[in-house]
Structures are given as C-alpha cells and as structure tokens.
Design a binder for this molecule. Structure first.
Ligand SMILES: [Mg+2]
Length: 308
C-alpha cells in the first residue's frame, strides 16, 4: 500500500473540487484510453473536454500515437463533439520529431521506420523521408544488398509501425553505424490496447533490439521522456508546469511523464490501468488524483455549480 493518498475527483468535498479546478489553467490530455479506445468510443468524453474549455481551461492533447493523420484526428475530435479543435492542439511523436529536427537543423534525408501516416506527417513538415520497401521475399542471400545504406542519412526515425519488417530493422542498424546519424524515437509503449478485451504487444522491444545491436541510445521524443515536456512547454507556452494537469490512463507513460515534467497528474481508469495497479504502485509513481473516466469532469462541474 502506498503512503500517498490519491483522491477520486468526485469524492472530494465541494470546496476541494473548486480548489482542484482552480489549481490548473492548462489540461494536457492523452487520447487512447482517455477520450476513446483505439477502436471503440468512450461515453461523454467530448462533453467533458467542452466543460473544461467552458471553464476557460486551455485543453491540448498529447498522444504517443502517430498512426493517425491530422485530418483523422480532426474527424475523431469532431465526432466526439469537442468544440474548436485545431490540428495544432494535438502532439504526437511524428510532430515531436519534426520539432526536434528543425531545432537541431537536421536537413539531410532520414531513414524512417515510422508508419505510413507518420511518414506522411513528416513529409508534410518538409522532411525528405526514405523508407525500405521490399517487394519480394527477403532471403539470406539478398539481405546484405537489400539492407545496404544507400547514402548518408541525417537520422534514423523509429515509431509505432504495424508494417515493420526485419529488413527495415536490419537496415536501420546499418545506418546507425554512422555516428553522425541521429537516432530519434517514439514507440516506447510496451502495450497496444486495442479495445476493452484486447491488448497486444507494443513496439518498445523492437526498439530495444535496435539499441542493443547498434549500441546507440535514441533521443526519445514521446511520453514519458522529459524532452517531450520541454517541447510542449515551448510550443504551448506553458509558463508554470504546476498549473498544468496531465490526464492519462497509463501509470508508466502518462502519470510518470506528468510527474517527470512537474505537472499535476490525473489517472483515469477508462483505459489500460486497473485500480488495483494504481494502489499497488509505489507512492512516487502514483498520480495526484484519479477518476473513473474523463466524463467525471461533467459531474464535477455540476457539483461545483450546485454548491456555488
Ligand atoms: Mg492512453
């Protein structure tokens, strides 16, 4: 059992609930497992986001999922009824990579292991993205030729990619033999929660294979890396981290990330973390608050207005 007392936001007194909502100006919110499951909806989450916006909160979204294009995100947010959503309101690893490459002036072509949509986002941002597409079966006899570096690359990029192949992983290790080639990665999740009753392996183990073999440590631009927090603070002009509330469904990626960045944290139980796991976690890994779901904000605001 932990030493930290984690309060459910709906079990706070009316005064504490008011104090809670007055303690932050910005809400940074994970998407999968919070606003929706990867392939199924969650009830009333758009309404909850609107309640926060109506209270004057700046609400931004921070996902480790670059598999969706901006227009798909816009459609998803529109479908759940979120008001005034702009594509710039969401950050995900492909966008963090763009930020990082611009900041570090990486202008050469990059070798990408990212998804097709991740690559499209990168290309849209002006990056010369090269990939390895194998049309025929890869054989031992052809592996050297297929994976041989074609030219010098500015970076190897790694992220969730449902079509990742062995040949692509092998080629990446060959590009990374060049110590001038940056190594930038998202895809650190070890679980891929698809729907309520189906979770599949994530992509961190493939990244570990590349790290181990190449002896290279990637620059991580996804949750829970502090670097992503620095990127968010810069692009969203977050002056005081303590006035930001990070909402997520993962202890290891959202809560850990929020704590690393000095944000307040709220764990929602609508996604990948059962409540027992939260209670079993060490006190320093627990969130400041928890809720059953994002939709609890609707009731929270109703309580506050009833008691005002
Ligand atoms: Mg999530």
């Amino acid at each position: 059992m932990s030493a930290r007392k984690v309060s459910h936001i709906l079990k706070l007194s009316a005064a504490e609930q008011r104090e809670f909502v007055n303690s932050f100006d910005v809400v940074l919110c994970d998407c999968d497992g919070v606003l929706w499951m990867v392939s199924s909806p969650l009830p009333r989450t758009g309404e909850a986001v609107n309640a926060l916006k109506d209270d004057g909160k700046q609400v931004r979204f921070v996902s480790n999922n670059s598999l969706r294009l901006d227009e798909e995100y816009v459609n998803k947010f529109t479908r759940i009824g979120v008001k005034d959503f702009q594509a710039n309101d969401i950050m995900h690893p492909a966008k963090s990579m763009l930020y990082y490459m611009k900041k570090h002036n990486i202008k050469q072509p990059v070798f990408s292991l990212c998804s097709g949509h991740g690559n499209e986002t990168l290309r849209h941002g002006g990056v010369d993205v090269r990939t390895l597409v194998t049309k025929e079966d890869v054989e031992i006899a052809t592996l050297d030729k297929i994976t041989r570096p074609e030219q010098k690359m500015g970076a190897v990029l790694y992220d969730i990619n449902l079509n990742l192949t062995y040949a692509q992983i092998a080629a990446a290790t060959r590009y990374l033999a060049d110590k001038d080639c940056h190594f930038i990665a998202g895809g650190t999740d070890w679980l891929l929660p698809i729907k309520a009753d189906l979770t599949l392996p994530g992509f961190c183990d493939f990244l570990d294979t590349i790290k181990r073999f190449s002896g290279r440590e990637p620059t991580i631009v996804s949750k829970p890396a502090v670097l992503l927090g620095e990127i968010l603070k810069d692009i969203y002009k977050l002056a005081d981290p303590k006035r930001c509330l990070f909402v997520g469904d993962s202890l290891t990626h959202d809560v850990r990330f929020g704590l690393n960045c000095g944000f307040q944290t709220l764990l929602v139980l609508s996604g990948s973390t059962p409540i027992e796991q939260m209670w079993q976690a060490k006190a320093e890994d627990q969130p400041h608050f928890y809720a059953d779901s994002m939709a609890d904000f609707i009731e929270l605001y109703a309580n506050i207005s009833k008691n005002t």
